[in-house]
Design a binder for this molecule. Structure first.
Ligand SMILES: Nc1ncnc2c1ncn2[C@@H]1O[C@H](COP(=O)(O)OP(=O)(O)OP(=O)(O)O)[C@@H](O)[C@H]1O
Length: 224
């Protein structure tokens, strides 16, 4: 689904990483760890074609990102649900409309209804559907961001520090949702510093743990 081969990336200075290869197959579950500043967010952005590799090949759903026109990139992006690190919302719109925004933007707002209700129930936010984003807790925002990322039924879920600012119980809840999505056959890629979360996930799902360090991507040690 998403293939990176011998990829390097630089923001203009030295290379952040090089000769990096990664393959996200249907139904796979990957964690990406590594020190702050090692390039985890950058690597995720390469996976959803927000950035283009400085060198090497990136293929998304069989297409070479370098030669994809903008509309092809936009179409491919609809098949990838992204939970961003800062999970921003439109603060003047209620939670339910924020979650539904990708469908509305795609001109499919008419399909809303029971699916949205079900999705909000799935992430445990039925009661908060009418609230504005500034009125939500950190954990509620993270779950809303996940709901928004999956409303288009993506085949791949990419989450950047999804449990960054939430307590352990809420992290567990979020992890359970991601594991459930994976069991439905979706590929999941999560960047995180949270080693406890990785250990908890490994008890539930066959996850590969990758570590970005010293400009290289390696399989993490067996202790994880
Ligand atoms: N738009 C940008 N322009 C220039 N440099 C950038 C840009 N975005 C990120 N960087 C730099 O690239 C490096 C990697 O950033 P990135 O956010 O990918 O790391 P990270 O591993 O996700 O970090 P963290 O764990 O702290 O979120 C950092 O040194 C960062 O300052």
């Amino acid at each position: 689904m998403i293939e990176l081969q011998h990829v390097a990336y630089s923001y203009g200075g030295g290379e952040l990483f090089s000769d990096l290869s990664l393959s996200l197959a249907p139904g796979s579950f990957h964690f990406l760890t590594g020190p702050s500043g090692s390039g985890k967010t950058t690597l995720l952005k390469l996976c959803y074609a927000e950035l283009k590799a400085t060198s090497g090949d990136v293929q998304i759903f069989g297409e070479d990102v370098r030669s994809m026109e903008r509309d092809r990139v936009a179409l491919a992006r609809r098949r990838i649900g992204v939970v961003h690190q800062d999970c921003q919302f439109l603060d003047h719109l209620p939670l339910s409309e924020n979650v539904a925004l990708p469908l509305t933007v795609a001109g499919r707002g008419g399909e809303l209804g029971q699916d949205l209700t079900d999705l909000l129930a799935w992430v445990g936010l039925t009661r908060q559907a009418g609230q504005l984003p500034p009125e939500l807790s950190g954990g509620e925002r993270q779950r809303a961001a996940l709901a928004r990322a999956v409303i288009m039924s993506p085949e791949v879920i990419i989450a950047d520090e999804p449990t960054g600012n939430i307590d352990w119980e809420m992290s567990q809840r979020l992890l359970a949702l991601l594991v459930e999505l994976n069991r439905m056959g979706k590929a999941v890629l999560i960047a995180t510093h949270d080693l406890q979360l990785i250990r908890a996930a490994k008890a539930q799902v066959q996850a590969r743990v990758l570590r970005l360090k010293d400009r290289r991507l390696q399989a993490a040690g067996a202790d994880l």
